[in-house]
Ligand binder design. Structure first.
Ligand code: NDP
Length: 254
């Protein structure tokens, strides 16, 4: 029988797009996690598709830009875990405002940064004790994995400073690119900081995917992207902490 990816997982931004398909594939996996926390800011909102899967998904709410509600979500998750730790957080919720230099002002920069960087940072901070508890449940294990304890930040190829000259002109996107480069630095800082706790932290690029953000011209369906991401997630070890990989497991230069 295939081994379980982990016992418990939190996915943010799971009401649609990549987050929804992540939850769907986790639920449908041969040995699904015992507890899947599907974070959505408005599970009953018009654009929410996650409630169609409500029978199989543990209810949890996460509004990634509100510190109060992230703290509340961590308390709710803690209660539902009944003394166990949380193995895996997938910081998927994100926003893109396509913005050239002329179109981008302070508000656009701040709004996108708040969701794409401050949200994942506060989630890492508030859920850190639960991740530590999960890592400590394997007292004789020194290796890192998503089945033990991990944070995956969903990033993008467009965050790469090295490859920017190859793709800048087709997608200028100042707020988005800058915020995701900052998210990568958050990944690097957390990966160094949390090594002592046995927590793996990495950034993962899902490919260009057909979602509201990716648009209809994207080459990948959510099903294709997420089945690749699931293979990568399952295979991660300590050599991958602090890296940026794509949905096929290929390394992307910072
Ligand atoms: P979508 O726009 O389809 O979905 C975005 C999700 O994030 C929604 O669930 C949305 O919730 C949630 N979200 C946005 N802002 C907030 C917030 N402030 N608080 C809580 N939740 C929020 O995007 P994708 O599914 O395509 O993208 C998911 C991730 O993948 C993002 O981080 C994105 O940057 C990344 N990515 C996507 C690519 C693509 O081609 N699609 C390529 C590379 C990276 P709500 O419905 O409430 O707005």
């Amino acid at each position: 029988m295939a081994s379980r990816i982990c016992d418990s997982v939190l996915v943010t931004g799971s009401n649609r797009g990549i987050g929804l398909e992540l939850v769907r594939q986790l639920v449908d996996s041969p040995t699904p996690p015992v507890q899947i926390f599907a974070g959505c800011r408005d599970p009953n909102g018009q654009r929410s598709q996650v409630r169609n899967h409500a029978n199989t998904i543990q209810k949890s709410l996460t509004y990634t830009t509100s510190p109060t509600s992230i703290a509340e979500a961590s308390k709710l998750v803690e209660t539902k875990l009944k003394g166990k730790g949380l193995n895996l957080i997938i910081n998927n919720a994100g926003v893109n405002i396509p913005g050239s230099l002329a179109e981008t002002g302070k508000q656009e920069m701040v709004d996108v940064y708040t969701t794409n960087v401050v949200g994942p940072m506060l989630i890492a901070k508030d859920f850190h004790p639960l991740l530590c508890k999960a890592a400590a449940q394997f007292p004789h294990q020194t290796s890192m994995s998503c089945s033990r304890s991990a944070i995956i930040n969903v990033s993008t190829l467009l965050s790469s400073i090295t490859t920017c000259p190859e793709n800048f002109s087709v997608s200028p996107m100042y707020p988005y690119r800058v915020s995701k480069a900052a998210l990568n630095m958050l990944t690097r800082c957390l990966s160094e900081d949390l090594k002592k706790d046995g927590i793996l932290v990495m950034s993962l690029h899902p490919g260009w995917v057909q979602t509201e953000m990716g648009g209809p011209k994207a080459p990948l369906t959510t099903a294709e992207s997420i089945s690749g991401m699931m293979k990568v997630i399952t295979s991660l070890t300590e050599k991958d902490t602090g890296t940026l990989l794509d949905w096929e497991g290929k390394n992307i230069p910072w």
